[in-house]
Design a protein around this ligand. Structure first.
Ligand code: PLP
Length: 400
Protein backbone atom coordinates (compact mmCIF):
# COMPACT_ATOMS: atom_id res chain seq x y z
CA UNK A 1 0.00 0.00 0.00
CA UNK A 2 1.61 3.33 -1.03
CA UNK A 3 2.05 5.76 1.84
CA UNK A 4 1.53 8.90 -0.27
CA UNK A 5 -1.90 9.75 -1.67
CA UNK A 6 -2.59 8.61 -5.24
CA UNK A 7 -4.59 11.72 -6.09
CA UNK A 8 -1.64 13.92 -5.06
CA UNK A 9 0.74 11.71 -7.05
CA UNK A 10 -1.28 12.57 -10.20
CA UNK A 11 -0.61 16.30 -9.70
CA UNK A 12 2.39 18.25 -10.97
CA UNK A 13 4.24 20.82 -8.86
CA UNK A 14 3.63 24.27 -10.39
CA UNK A 15 5.86 24.72 -13.51
CA UNK A 16 5.84 28.49 -13.05
CA UNK A 17 7.33 28.04 -9.59
CA UNK A 18 9.92 25.64 -11.08
CA UNK A 19 11.11 28.36 -13.51
CA UNK A 20 11.27 30.94 -10.73
CA UNK A 21 13.30 28.51 -8.61
CA UNK A 22 15.76 27.75 -11.42
CA UNK A 23 16.16 31.47 -12.13
CA UNK A 24 16.84 32.08 -8.42
CA UNK A 25 19.47 29.30 -8.41
CA UNK A 26 21.27 30.86 -11.37
CA UNK A 27 21.12 34.28 -9.68
CA UNK A 28 22.61 32.76 -6.51
CA UNK A 29 25.47 31.46 -8.68
CA UNK A 30 26.11 35.07 -9.66
CA UNK A 31 24.45 34.95 -13.10
CA UNK A 32 22.64 38.01 -14.40
CA UNK A 33 19.07 36.70 -14.82
CA UNK A 34 15.89 38.57 -15.76
CA UNK A 35 12.79 36.86 -14.43
CA UNK A 36 9.72 37.18 -16.67
CA UNK A 37 7.81 34.42 -14.94
CA UNK A 38 6.01 36.44 -12.28
CA UNK A 39 2.24 36.17 -12.06
CA UNK A 40 1.78 39.31 -10.02
CA UNK A 41 1.70 43.07 -10.64
CA UNK A 42 4.93 44.83 -9.65
CA UNK A 43 3.05 47.74 -7.99
CA UNK A 44 2.72 48.20 -4.24
CA UNK A 45 -0.69 47.70 -2.61
CA UNK A 46 -2.27 51.23 -2.49
CA UNK A 47 -1.89 53.05 0.85
CA UNK A 48 -5.62 53.38 1.60
CA UNK A 49 -5.89 49.57 1.50
CA UNK A 50 -2.93 49.14 3.87
CA UNK A 51 -4.51 51.73 6.20
CA UNK A 52 -7.78 49.75 6.26
CA UNK A 53 -5.81 46.72 7.47
CA UNK A 54 -3.88 48.70 10.08
CA UNK A 55 -7.11 50.21 11.44
CA UNK A 56 -8.63 46.71 11.69
CA UNK A 57 -5.67 45.57 13.79
CA UNK A 58 -6.08 48.63 16.03
CA UNK A 59 -9.82 47.89 16.42
CA UNK A 60 -8.88 44.39 17.57
CA UNK A 61 -10.31 42.56 14.56
CA UNK A 62 -7.89 39.74 15.16
CA UNK A 63 -10.24 36.87 15.93
CA UNK A 64 -12.07 34.20 13.92
CA UNK A 65 -14.61 35.44 11.40
CA UNK A 66 -17.42 33.48 9.69
CA UNK A 67 -16.04 30.92 7.20
CA UNK A 68 -17.06 32.99 4.18
CA UNK A 69 -15.90 36.25 5.65
CA UNK A 70 -17.22 39.17 7.61
CA UNK A 71 -20.59 40.71 6.81
CA UNK A 72 -18.79 43.92 5.84
CA UNK A 73 -16.72 42.08 3.24
CA UNK A 74 -19.64 40.13 1.79
CA UNK A 75 -21.59 43.40 1.55
CA UNK A 76 -18.67 45.05 -0.24
CA UNK A 77 -18.46 42.10 -2.67
CA UNK A 78 -22.21 42.11 -3.27
CA UNK A 79 -22.06 45.85 -4.00
CA UNK A 80 -19.10 45.33 -6.35
CA UNK A 81 -20.96 42.67 -8.36
CA UNK A 82 -24.01 44.95 -8.62
CA UNK A 83 -22.02 48.08 -9.53
CA UNK A 84 -19.46 46.63 -11.93
CA UNK A 85 -21.14 43.55 -13.36
CA UNK A 86 -24.88 44.21 -13.00
CA UNK A 87 -25.20 41.00 -10.97
CA UNK A 88 -27.31 40.69 -7.82
CA UNK A 89 -25.99 38.26 -5.22
CA UNK A 90 -27.39 38.08 -1.69
CA UNK A 91 -24.94 37.55 1.18
CA UNK A 92 -25.56 33.77 1.29
CA UNK A 93 -24.61 33.62 -2.39
CA UNK A 94 -21.09 34.94 -1.75
CA UNK A 95 -17.96 32.93 -0.92
CA UNK A 96 -14.73 34.40 0.45
CA UNK A 97 -11.62 32.24 0.28
CA UNK A 98 -7.80 32.39 0.59
CA UNK A 99 -7.33 33.67 -2.96
CA UNK A 100 -9.10 32.90 -6.21
CA UNK A 101 -7.17 29.63 -6.22
CA UNK A 102 -9.03 28.39 -3.14
CA UNK A 103 -12.37 29.39 -4.67
CA UNK A 104 -11.61 27.10 -7.62
CA UNK A 105 -10.37 24.35 -5.33
CA UNK A 106 -13.40 24.51 -3.01
CA UNK A 107 -15.81 24.49 -5.95
CA UNK A 108 -14.08 21.44 -7.43
CA UNK A 109 -14.04 19.64 -4.05
CA UNK A 110 -17.68 20.53 -3.42
CA UNK A 111 -18.98 19.16 -6.71
CA UNK A 112 -16.72 16.60 -8.41
CA UNK A 113 -17.22 12.84 -8.23
CA UNK A 114 -15.02 10.25 -9.95
CA UNK A 115 -15.71 10.30 -13.69
CA UNK A 116 -17.02 13.87 -13.74
CA UNK A 117 -15.49 15.83 -16.60
CA UNK A 118 -14.35 19.44 -16.49
CA UNK A 119 -13.78 21.21 -19.80
CA UNK A 120 -10.66 23.36 -19.68
CA UNK A 121 -9.82 25.51 -22.71
CA UNK A 122 -6.07 25.52 -23.48
CA UNK A 123 -3.82 27.32 -23.00
CA UNK A 124 -4.99 27.35 -19.39
CA UNK A 125 -3.79 28.68 -16.08
CA UNK A 126 -1.45 25.93 -14.82
CA UNK A 127 -3.49 25.10 -11.72
CA UNK A 128 -6.82 24.25 -13.42
CA UNK A 129 -6.15 20.63 -14.46
CA UNK A 130 -4.36 19.84 -11.21
CA UNK A 131 -7.19 21.23 -9.07
CA UNK A 132 -9.63 19.02 -11.01
CA UNK A 133 -7.37 15.98 -10.55
CA UNK A 134 -6.97 16.66 -6.81
CA UNK A 135 -10.74 16.74 -6.46
CA UNK A 136 -11.03 13.39 -8.27
CA UNK A 137 -12.46 14.73 -11.54
CA UNK A 138 -11.22 14.35 -15.11
CA UNK A 139 -9.85 17.40 -16.96
CA UNK A 140 -10.89 17.51 -20.62
CA UNK A 141 -8.57 19.86 -22.47
CA UNK A 142 -10.05 21.87 -25.31
CA UNK A 143 -7.24 23.34 -27.41
CA UNK A 144 -7.61 26.98 -28.42
CA UNK A 145 -6.12 28.16 -31.68
CA UNK A 146 -3.96 31.19 -32.34
CA UNK A 147 -6.19 32.01 -35.35
CA UNK A 148 -9.16 32.53 -33.02
CA UNK A 149 -7.07 34.58 -30.59
CA UNK A 150 -6.67 31.49 -28.35
CA UNK A 151 -10.40 31.59 -27.62
CA UNK A 152 -12.60 28.52 -27.95
CA UNK A 153 -15.36 28.54 -30.54
CA UNK A 154 -18.99 27.59 -29.78
CA UNK A 155 -18.71 24.62 -32.18
CA UNK A 156 -15.65 23.30 -30.36
CA UNK A 157 -17.43 23.55 -27.03
CA UNK A 158 -20.56 21.85 -28.33
CA UNK A 159 -18.49 18.94 -29.61
CA UNK A 160 -16.59 18.29 -26.36
CA UNK A 161 -19.60 18.27 -24.00
CA UNK A 162 -20.69 14.77 -22.90
CA UNK A 163 -23.30 13.58 -20.38
CA UNK A 164 -20.41 13.47 -17.87
CA UNK A 165 -19.45 17.14 -18.28
CA UNK A 166 -20.00 18.96 -15.01
CA UNK A 167 -18.13 22.23 -15.47
CA UNK A 168 -16.60 24.53 -18.06
CA UNK A 169 -13.75 26.65 -16.71
CA UNK A 170 -13.65 29.98 -18.52
CA UNK A 171 -10.90 32.53 -17.86
CA UNK A 172 -11.12 36.00 -19.41
CA UNK A 173 -8.82 37.93 -19.64
CA UNK A 174 -6.65 34.85 -19.75
CA UNK A 175 -3.52 33.74 -18.04
CA UNK A 176 -1.36 32.93 -20.08
CA UNK A 177 -2.54 34.58 -23.33
CA UNK A 178 -4.19 37.83 -22.21
CA UNK A 179 -7.09 36.99 -24.56
CA UNK A 180 -10.50 38.26 -23.42
CA UNK A 181 -13.97 37.32 -24.66
CA UNK A 182 -16.21 40.13 -25.93
CA UNK A 183 -19.91 40.24 -25.04
CA UNK A 184 -20.77 38.76 -28.46
CA UNK A 185 -18.27 35.94 -28.05
CA UNK A 186 -19.62 35.13 -24.58
CA UNK A 187 -23.19 35.20 -25.88
CA UNK A 188 -22.27 32.62 -28.52
CA UNK A 189 -20.67 30.39 -25.85
CA UNK A 190 -23.78 30.92 -23.69
CA UNK A 191 -26.03 29.71 -26.52
CA UNK A 192 -24.22 26.37 -26.47
CA UNK A 193 -24.34 26.15 -22.66
CA UNK A 194 -28.06 26.92 -22.70
CA UNK A 195 -28.60 23.73 -24.72
CA UNK A 196 -26.71 21.58 -22.16
CA UNK A 197 -28.45 22.29 -18.89
CA UNK A 198 -26.31 19.86 -16.86
CA UNK A 199 -23.16 21.93 -17.51
CA UNK A 200 -22.12 24.61 -15.02
CA UNK A 201 -19.49 27.29 -15.59
CA UNK A 202 -16.76 28.73 -13.42
CA UNK A 203 -15.86 32.12 -14.85
CA UNK A 204 -12.46 33.22 -13.59
CA UNK A 205 -12.58 37.03 -13.86
CA UNK A 206 -9.50 37.74 -11.76
CA UNK A 207 -7.93 39.97 -14.49
CA UNK A 208 -11.19 41.91 -15.01
CA UNK A 209 -9.66 45.32 -14.37
CA UNK A 210 -6.57 44.86 -16.51
CA UNK A 211 -7.79 45.45 -20.06
CA UNK A 212 -6.64 47.76 -22.85
CA UNK A 213 -7.73 49.76 -25.88
CA UNK A 214 -11.24 50.39 -24.48
CA UNK A 215 -12.02 46.68 -24.31
CA UNK A 216 -15.31 46.31 -22.40
CA UNK A 217 -15.04 43.52 -19.87
CA UNK A 218 -18.14 41.43 -19.25
CA UNK A 219 -18.82 38.17 -17.49
CA UNK A 220 -20.97 35.21 -18.52
CA UNK A 221 -23.84 35.59 -16.00
CA UNK A 222 -24.16 39.26 -17.03
CA UNK A 223 -24.35 38.46 -20.75
CA UNK A 224 -26.58 35.41 -20.24
CA UNK A 225 -28.71 35.92 -17.09
CA UNK A 226 -30.45 32.60 -17.79
CA UNK A 227 -27.15 30.86 -16.93
CA UNK A 228 -26.64 32.65 -13.60
CA UNK A 229 -28.25 29.76 -11.66
CA UNK A 230 -25.45 27.47 -12.87
CA UNK A 231 -22.52 29.89 -12.94
CA UNK A 232 -19.88 30.54 -10.30
CA UNK A 233 -18.57 34.06 -10.92
CA UNK A 234 -15.03 34.11 -9.51
CA UNK A 235 -12.91 37.14 -8.76
CA UNK A 236 -10.37 38.41 -6.23
CA UNK A 237 -8.24 41.32 -5.13
CA UNK A 238 -4.83 39.80 -6.01
CA UNK A 239 -4.35 41.24 -9.48
CA UNK A 240 -6.70 44.25 -9.55
CA UNK A 241 -5.33 45.80 -6.34
CA UNK A 242 -1.84 44.26 -6.35
CA UNK A 243 -2.71 42.24 -3.24
CA UNK A 244 -1.34 38.78 -4.12
CA UNK A 245 0.12 38.22 -0.66
CA UNK A 246 -3.08 39.15 1.22
CA UNK A 247 -4.90 36.03 -0.03
CA UNK A 248 -8.45 37.14 -0.69
CA UNK A 249 -10.55 35.65 -3.48
CA UNK A 250 -14.31 35.60 -3.75
CA UNK A 251 -17.21 34.32 -5.81
CA UNK A 252 -20.93 34.75 -6.38
CA UNK A 253 -23.06 31.70 -7.07
CA UNK A 254 -26.14 29.68 -6.11
CA UNK A 255 -26.57 29.46 -2.31
CA UNK A 256 -26.44 25.67 -2.16
CA UNK A 257 -23.09 25.53 -3.96
CA UNK A 258 -21.70 28.36 -1.79
CA UNK A 259 -22.85 26.52 1.36
CA UNK A 260 -21.14 23.29 0.26
CA UNK A 261 -17.94 25.21 -0.56
CA UNK A 262 -18.07 26.67 2.97
CA UNK A 263 -18.27 23.11 4.34
CA UNK A 264 -15.04 22.22 2.47
CA UNK A 265 -13.32 25.37 3.70
CA UNK A 266 -14.52 24.97 7.29
CA UNK A 267 -12.54 21.72 7.48
CA UNK A 268 -9.36 23.14 5.92
CA UNK A 269 -8.29 26.80 6.21
CA UNK A 270 -11.47 28.00 8.07
CA UNK A 271 -11.26 31.49 6.57
CA UNK A 272 -8.80 33.96 5.16
CA UNK A 273 -7.09 36.35 7.60
CA UNK A 274 -9.39 38.81 9.35
CA UNK A 275 -6.87 41.58 8.61
CA UNK A 276 -6.82 40.73 4.89
CA UNK A 277 -10.62 40.80 4.88
CA UNK A 278 -10.58 44.34 6.27
CA UNK A 279 -8.03 45.31 3.60
CA UNK A 280 -10.28 43.83 0.90
CA UNK A 281 -13.22 45.90 2.19
CA UNK A 282 -10.95 48.96 1.86
CA UNK A 283 -10.05 47.92 -1.68
CA UNK A 284 -13.57 47.17 -2.93
CA UNK A 285 -15.23 50.18 -1.31
CA UNK A 286 -12.34 52.56 -1.94
CA UNK A 287 -11.21 54.82 -4.81
CA UNK A 288 -10.13 53.15 -8.07
CA UNK A 289 -8.26 56.12 -9.57
CA UNK A 290 -4.87 54.36 -9.45
CA UNK A 291 -6.15 51.73 -11.89
CA UNK A 292 -5.88 54.06 -14.91
CA UNK A 293 -2.24 54.75 -14.16
CA UNK A 294 -1.51 51.03 -13.73
CA UNK A 295 -3.23 49.98 -16.95
CA UNK A 296 -1.52 52.80 -18.87
CA UNK A 297 1.83 51.47 -17.67
CA UNK A 298 0.88 47.88 -18.47
CA UNK A 299 -0.25 48.87 -21.97
CA UNK A 300 3.01 50.70 -22.68
CA UNK A 301 4.90 47.56 -21.62
CA UNK A 302 2.65 45.26 -23.65
CA UNK A 303 3.17 47.37 -26.78
CA UNK A 304 6.94 47.40 -26.31
CA UNK A 305 7.17 43.63 -25.80
CA UNK A 306 4.83 42.78 -28.70
CA UNK A 307 6.75 45.08 -31.08
CA UNK A 308 10.19 43.75 -30.06
CA UNK A 309 9.14 40.10 -30.24
CA UNK A 310 7.55 40.55 -33.66
CA UNK A 311 10.82 42.08 -34.88
CA UNK A 312 12.68 38.95 -33.73
CA UNK A 313 13.42 36.16 -36.18
CA UNK A 314 11.57 32.94 -35.37
CA UNK A 315 9.00 34.54 -33.05
CA UNK A 316 5.53 35.99 -33.58
CA UNK A 317 3.21 37.57 -31.08
CA UNK A 318 -0.42 38.70 -31.15
CA UNK A 319 -1.76 41.72 -29.27
CA UNK A 320 -3.73 40.60 -26.21
CA UNK A 321 -6.79 42.43 -24.86
CA UNK A 322 -5.88 42.16 -21.19
CA UNK A 323 -3.92 40.73 -18.21
CA UNK A 324 -0.13 41.26 -18.15
CA UNK A 325 1.09 38.35 -20.24
CA UNK A 326 1.95 37.70 -23.87
CA UNK A 327 2.03 34.24 -25.38
CA UNK A 328 4.32 34.38 -28.41
CA UNK A 329 4.85 31.49 -30.81
CA UNK A 330 8.40 30.15 -31.06
CA UNK A 331 7.51 27.80 -33.93
CA UNK A 332 10.14 29.52 -36.10
CA UNK A 333 12.94 28.41 -33.75
CA UNK A 334 11.95 24.73 -33.62
CA UNK A 335 14.43 22.56 -35.55
CA UNK A 336 17.20 25.16 -35.28
CA UNK A 337 20.54 24.58 -33.54
CA UNK A 338 22.00 26.52 -30.60
CA UNK A 339 25.65 27.69 -30.59
CA UNK A 340 26.31 24.71 -28.26
CA UNK A 341 25.04 22.31 -30.91
CA UNK A 342 21.71 21.47 -29.26
CA UNK A 343 18.63 21.20 -31.44
CA UNK A 344 15.54 23.11 -30.28
CA UNK A 345 12.89 20.39 -30.40
CA UNK A 346 10.06 22.24 -28.64
CA UNK A 347 9.14 25.25 -26.50
CA UNK A 348 10.61 23.69 -23.34
CA UNK A 349 14.01 23.49 -25.10
CA UNK A 350 13.57 27.08 -26.27
CA UNK A 351 12.92 28.51 -22.78
CA UNK A 352 15.78 26.43 -21.34
CA UNK A 353 18.03 27.90 -24.03
CA UNK A 354 16.86 31.45 -23.21
CA UNK A 355 17.62 30.94 -19.52
CA UNK A 356 20.99 29.25 -19.94
CA UNK A 357 22.29 31.34 -22.89
CA UNK A 358 21.03 34.87 -22.20
CA UNK A 359 19.62 34.72 -18.67
CA UNK A 360 15.94 35.32 -19.48
CA UNK A 361 13.42 33.26 -17.49
CA UNK A 362 10.10 32.66 -19.28
CA UNK A 363 7.63 29.77 -18.99
CA UNK A 364 7.19 27.17 -21.74
CA UNK A 365 3.84 26.70 -23.47
CA UNK A 366 3.94 23.03 -22.44
CA UNK A 367 3.10 24.18 -18.90
CA UNK A 368 -0.11 25.82 -20.16
CA UNK A 369 -1.19 22.97 -22.44
CA UNK A 370 -0.55 24.54 -25.88
CA UNK A 371 2.74 24.35 -27.82
CA UNK A 372 4.99 25.72 -29.32
CA UNK A 373 4.60 28.96 -27.37
CA UNK A 374 6.02 30.57 -24.25
CA UNK A 375 4.66 33.01 -21.70
CA UNK A 376 6.22 36.31 -20.80
CA UNK A 377 4.90 38.32 -17.88
CA UNK A 378 5.41 42.04 -18.51
CA UNK A 379 4.73 43.04 -14.90
CA UNK A 380 8.14 44.67 -14.66
CA UNK A 381 9.77 47.93 -15.74
CA UNK A 382 10.11 49.10 -19.37
CA UNK A 383 13.90 49.17 -18.91
CA UNK A 384 13.99 45.53 -17.78
CA UNK A 385 11.63 44.48 -20.57
CA UNK A 386 13.72 46.27 -23.23
CA UNK A 387 16.84 44.53 -21.90
CA UNK A 388 15.09 41.14 -21.83
CA UNK A 389 13.70 41.51 -25.37
CA UNK A 390 17.18 42.52 -26.61
CA UNK A 391 18.60 39.35 -25.09
CA UNK A 392 15.84 37.19 -26.59
CA UNK A 393 16.54 38.71 -30.02
CA UNK A 394 20.26 38.02 -29.60
CA UNK A 395 19.52 34.39 -28.60
CA UNK A 396 17.29 33.91 -31.64
CA UNK A 397 19.86 35.44 -33.99
CA UNK A 398 22.46 32.97 -32.70
CA UNK A 399 20.39 29.98 -33.79
CA UNK A 400 21.33 28.34 -37.07
C1 PLP B 1 -6.21 32.87 -14.07
C2 PLP B 1 -5.92 32.92 -12.62
N1 PLP B 1 -6.90 32.58 -11.76
C3 PLP B 1 -6.71 32.60 -10.44
C4 PLP B 1 -5.49 32.98 -9.91
C5 PLP B 1 -5.36 32.94 -8.42
O1 PLP B 1 -5.07 34.10 -7.83
P1 PLP B 1 -5.14 34.27 -6.26
O2 PLP B 1 -5.22 32.91 -5.65
O3 PLP B 1 -3.89 35.00 -5.90
O4 PLP B 1 -6.36 35.08 -5.98
C6 PLP B 1 -4.43 33.32 -10.76
C7 PLP B 1 -3.10 33.66 -10.24
O5 PLP B 1 -2.10 33.67 -10.90
C8 PLP B 1 -4.66 33.30 -12.15
O6 PLP B 1 -3.70 33.65 -13.02
Amino acid sequence: MPFLSESVARVQPSPTIAVTTRAAELKAEGRDVIGLGAGEPDFDTPDHIKEAAIEAIRRGETKYTPVHGTKALREAISAKFERENGLTYSLDEIAVCCGGKQVLYNAAMATLNPGDEVVIPAPYWVSYPDIVLLAGGTPVILPGMEETGFKITPAQLDEVITPKTKWLMLNSPSNPTGAAYSAEELAAIADVLARHDHVWTMTDDIYEHITYDRFEFCTLAQVAPELKARTLTINGVSKAFSMTGWRVGYAGGPANLIKTMAKVQSQSSTHTSSISQAAAVGALNGPMGFMDEWTTKFRERRDLVVAKLNATEGLSCGVPEGAFYVYPSCAGTVGKTTPDGKIIENDSDFVTYLLEAVGVAAVSGAAFGLEPYFRISYATSVKTLADACGRIAQACESLT
